[in-house]
Design a protein around this ligand. Structure first.
Ligand SMILES: [Zn+2]
Ligand SMILES: [Zn+2]
Length: 553
């Protein structure tokens, strides 16, 4: 049955991250966003996590375009991996595509990709879909909602948004357009749920500028560091403004900060007076009170510039007692501990730190309860499905829609892989399609699965024991070993007795096998594993990974 419209999220539901939703009708598929997420503590050694593209594999020829709402990693980060497997034109506003280009060049997939810059109000016409970009406010310039005309009416996807009446760049969210769409009738609304459980309105970005000015005024003799997201161009613009006001030079630290600000300046989104920028290598030429260093690391990421400074491991920058560090961001859920650690370390170095709970040095980029109510009321959708949030956020957002008059049967809490289908008879959930996470480790895409992860977890917790045996091929007799080598289990020199006992226990078990003329390697390996496991658990209450290695001679 081809004449159904399907809306299938492949990521971004029951999680904050790796947003990706597809719309499918007949022989056309369009994709909204293609983001990544960062690994949690369980995913040892994993660099990034992207959506599972399995569902698209057999339908590759149907993909007619990827439409990007904005340039955050959780919306564009998986594109390089997607484009290694699929071909599709990409559409987005100018800064979004500027950031995409940077990313695709890094991954060397730029040459074979068609990037189409659109403006707010532009409509891309396909056979079954017309996709319109509508300007919204967010913590990055050029954020858009999408209005998609389908054979079963209009769908509005808000993207990430907030309502800012005094935006830094003067580009207001197009509330008029949302009102028009609401008047004409919208079948389905998909809306950002990130801040649904926060009361009131999100403050305007411009309030942060006032706070910066005050802090700069009160710390005129200090050297000032500001940690923020590189993509928060408006935030950086306000730091530039304060620098101008207090006659300070600015230096950018951290790879993404340097790269993103460069793109933003080239495209005219970030305006920095000539001669204000100094190279990180030259900062020693300037006294403390004439310098501001804008850095990555607001999330306590261990490899980011701020963390390295806090540990004294940064090549050009070391924090001094005369430094003031402003952390102009909120920890993304899960990052609280690492941010706290960085703050502790900075304070131990004698420097001062100002963070969100001490002053208004950050505002969110996501709509709170009252802003969401406004959008629901303007758009008045027939059906509503919350997106961009953990299960709690989605549930709350569903309840919010109900409080505004929707009935339970008009609200749909989707899951990754389990979306909606709409036809003449109405709307219902689809069957679940393959979805989930694909783990990226170095150059490997998806080659690290649950088993590898489990092994990494065991290795990281209880270490490794390798048992080496040499068996004579003809007779099946053990001619050397068992020899035990361990890593990350116990300090061998202080546990010699344990190793002697372990070896004796193994020898005993192996001689029993020999008596019974058992020569299959699998049985020998299992015996080694079981015997050692039991012994080590009894003696140490630990479960290292046990790796028997048999060589034949
Ligand atoms: Zn997002
Ligand atoms: Zn965003």
């Amino acid at each position: 049955m081809s004449n159904k419209l399907k809306v299938i999220p492949l990521g971004g539901l029951h999680e904050i991250g790796k947003n990706m939703t597809l719309l499918e009708y007949d022989d056309e598929i369009i994709i909204i966003d293609c983001g990544l997420t960062f690994p949690d503590d369980e995913m040892l050694g994993i660099d990034v996590v992207i959506p599972d593209f399995t569902y698209l594999k057999k339908k590759a020829s149907k993909i007619k375009g990827v439409f990007l709402t904005h340039g955050h990693e959780d919306h564009i980060g998986a594109l390089p991996y997607f484009l290694k497997q699929f071909e599709a034109p990409i559409y987005g506003l100018r800064l979004t595509l500027g950031l995409v280009e940077l990313k695709l060049q890094e991954h060397q997939v730029m040459d074979r990709t068609e990037l189409n810059v659109v403006k707010p109000g532009d409509v891309i016409h396909l056979k079954n879909f017309d996709v319109e970009f509508i300007r919204v406010s967010h913590s990055i310039p050029d954020a858009a909602a999408l209005h998609i005309k389908t054979p079963y009416g209009s769908i509005v996807h808000t993207g990430d948004f907030k309502i800012d009446y005094t935006p830094i760049d003067g580009c207001l969210i197009d509330l008029n357009r949302f009102a028009e769409l609401g008047r004409d009738g919208v079948t389905l609304l998909l809306a950002d749920s990130t801040n649904v459980d926060r009361k009131g309105f999100t403050m305007s970005e411009s309030t942060v500028g006032t706070t910066f000015d005050n802090i700069f005024r009160n710390h005129q003799d200090k050297r000032i560091f500001v940690a923020s997201f590189a993509s928060n161009v408006h935030r950086i613009q306000q730091i530039v403004h304060s620098c101008h006001l207090f006659n300070r030079k600015i230096a950018f630290s951290g790879r993404s900060m340097v790269n993103v600000t460069k793109v933003a300046m080239e495209l005219g989104y970030l305006k920095v007076p000539e001669n204000m920028i100094v190279d990180l290598f030259d900062i020693d030429k300037y006294p403390d009170n004439e310098l501001v260093i804008v850095t990555t690391g607001s999330q306590g990421e261990p490899m980011a510039a701020l963390s390295r400074m806090s540990k004294g491991e940064h090549r050009q920058l070391s924090l001094q007692p005369n430094d003031l560090v402003i952390i102009s961001a909120t920890p993304i859920p899960g990052n609280e501990k690492s941010v706290k650690k960085v703050i502790d370390k900075i304070l131990q170095l004698g420097a001062n730190v100002i963070y969100e709970s001490l002053a208004d040095v950050h505002v969110s980029g996501h709509a709170k309860e009252e802003e969401l109510k406004l959008i629901h009321t303007l758009i008045k959708p027939k059906y509503f499905a919350p997106v961009h949030g953990e299960y709690t956020h989605l549930t709350h957002h569903g309840l919010l829609a109900e409080s505004l008059g929707k009935s339970k049967s008009e609200v749909f809490i989707m899951e990754n892989g389990k979306g909606l289908e709409i036809d003449d008879e109405g709307i219902r959930f689809t069957k679940k399609v393959p979805s989930g996470r694909t783990l990226i480790d170095g150059l490997g895409i998806g080659d690290v699965g649950n088993i590898v992860l489990r092994d990494r977890r065991i290795l990281s917790q209880d270490g490794l024991m390798v048992v080496v045996l040499a068996i004579e091929r003809e007779s099946g007799k053990i001619v050397s070993g068992p020899e035990i080598i361990s890593r990350g289990f116990v300090y061998v020199r202080e546990a010699e007795d344990l190793f002697v006992d372990a070896r004796n226990t193994l020898c005993h078990a192996l001689s029993e096998l020999e008596k019974d003329n058992v020569t299959e390697w699998a049985t020998i390996k299992n015996t080694i594993r079981d015997t050692l496991k039991t012994f080590l658990y009894q003696e140490t209450r630990r479960n290292p990974m046990i790796l028997p290695i048999i060589m034949d001679v």
